[in-house]
Design a protein around this ligand. Structure first.
Ligand SMILES: Cc1cc2nc3c(=O)[nH]c(=O)nc-3n(C[C@H](O)[C@H](O)[C@H](O)COP(=O)(O)OP(=O)(O)OC[C@H]3O[C@@H](n4cnc5c(N)ncnc54)[C@H](O)[C@@H]3O)c2cc1C
Length: 377
């Protein structure tokens, strides 16, 4: 039986990956200039930016590259990095510089795809842009590995000893590094309780229909666009390269995998596309997003040489690429954007899952109410 903790979920992406590659488990003590925990978009993009600057980089992941949200998401390239208006309190210049991050982050993804010749079904659509994630993630990581990044899979970081040289202990080995980057996002868990309390892991789900054929696909989404509604608890859908409908939505707020994803999401899909009543659902899967109270991604330092980025609140495909650039430039002392973003103080929720799940439910109820009121105004 497949171990869900360490192997890819049975998604459409995993089934259509170009070429699956595995990396070894870390079984010794090694040293590096930078150690990155988490091989999703955040971790791998940080690594790519750093090796291009000449740094020696190690990336470890407790499962596989792209195992987390980066390999499971809706593939919608949503522009915008954060709610830049929340930075207006720090002056016009700061708010503008944060706004520009958002304007630039989708272009950064396009540049990365071009620079590394990544074959990921990128489609330009009017409402948003879409791509195939696991292909994107695995191919970026392949390029990173070709550039000299050392990648270890099935290598969970269990503890961190801060200091001038940080010690990261894994199950069967360890890494000593001058800099540590925590990119575990919704899966950070016990490794760092402070970061865990700053986010609320929530599940989001996707279904993929059987291939619809060109004509039927055109009937339902005429211009082959990716569509994403503007609500906080959003529905999103698009066509895949082989003309399946990928339809996502439906959060739960515990971070536990929801049951009957296919049946529940099918009902929601039929609300939007009643004509797809006879269509088979071939894949159904879920993943965890990290939601923040302010809905602003959280980037910062825990100590002088321990960095983190997390909490993209369900909109991370493009911002993670910008986050990788910001953190790499903070390490090389070339861009102080991380200090600017750290001006917002992030709220920590007290008390583990017993408190944070109800708090999450309340928070989501609040956002639902906001969405409802906005739709009526
Ligand atoms: C179903 C779904 C649909 C989504 N749709 C969209 C969308 O259409 N558009 C959009 O913009 N965003 C979307 N998102 C959000 C987006 O995918 C995420 O914001 C983004 O991928 C986060 O990337 P990441 O690298 O920070 O985290 P992840 O991809 O989750 O990676 C974190 C990695 O860290 C590893 N890790 C954690 N702790 C440890 C440890 N102690 N030791 C070693 N490794 C560790 C995990 O194994 C994991 O691989 C969606 C998310 C989901 C789940």
């Amino acid at each position: 039986m497949v171990n869900k903790e360490t192997e890819h979920v049975a998604s459409y992406y995993a089934a259509t990956i170009n070429e699956s590659k595995t990396y070894p488990i870390l079984k010794e003590g090694i040293t590096s200039e930078v150690c990155i925990v988490g091989a999703g978009f955040t971790g791998i993009n940080t690594a790519l930016n750093l090796v291009k600057k000449g740094y020696k980089v190690v990336v470890i992941d407790s499962a596989r590259v792209g195992w987390g949200a980066s390999g499971r998401n809706g593939g919608q390239l949503i522009s915008g990095f954060t709610f830049s208006n929340k930075f207006e309190q720090f002056g016009e210049e700061v708010a503008q510089s944060v706004w520009k991050l958002g304007a630039d982050c989708s272009d950064l993804v396009r540049e990365t795809i071009k620079e590394f010749e990544i074959d990921c079904d990128l489609k330009e659509g009017f409402i948003e842009v879409a791509l195939n994630n696991l292909q994107m993630d695995e191919l970026i990581e392949r390029k990173a590995s070709n550039l000299g990044v050392l990648i270890y899979e099935k290598t969970k970081a269990f503890s961190i000893r801060p200091g001038k040289e940080v010690l990261i202990e894994t199950g069967q080995g360890s890494v000593r590094a001058k800099h540590l980057v925590l990119a575990g996002n919704a899966h950070i868990g016990k490794l760092n309780p402070k970061l865990r309390r700053m986010i609320m892991p929530a599940s989001s789900c996707i279904i993929a229909t059987e291939p619809l054929g060109n004509e039927r696909a055109k009937e339902i989404i005429a211009k082959d666009m990716a569509v994403c509604d503007l609500n906080t608890i959003l529905d999103y859908y698009r066509l895949s390269a082989d003309k399946r409908l990928l339809f996502g939505g439906r959060y739960n707020y515990s971070g536990n995998e929801p049951k009957n994803i296919d049946q529940n999401l099918r009902k929601r899909m039929l609300n939007v596309f009643p004509d797809l009543d006879d269509v088979r659902i071939d894949y159904a899967w879920a993943g965890n997003v990290a939601v923040t109270i302010h809905r602003i991604p959280q980037l910062g330092r825990l100590t002088e040489n321990i960095f983190y980025s997390q909490g993209y609140s369900g909109h991370g495909v493009a911002p993670t690429h910008m986050a990788g650039k910001i953190i790499a430039n903070a390490i090389s002392n070339e861009w102080d954007m991380i200090e600017t973003l750290s001006k917002i103080k992030h709220i920590q929720l007290p008390g583990g899952k017993w408190f944070s799940s109800p708090a999450m439910s309340l928070g989501m109820l609040y956002y639902r109410l906001q969405d409802f009121l906005a739709s009526k105004s």
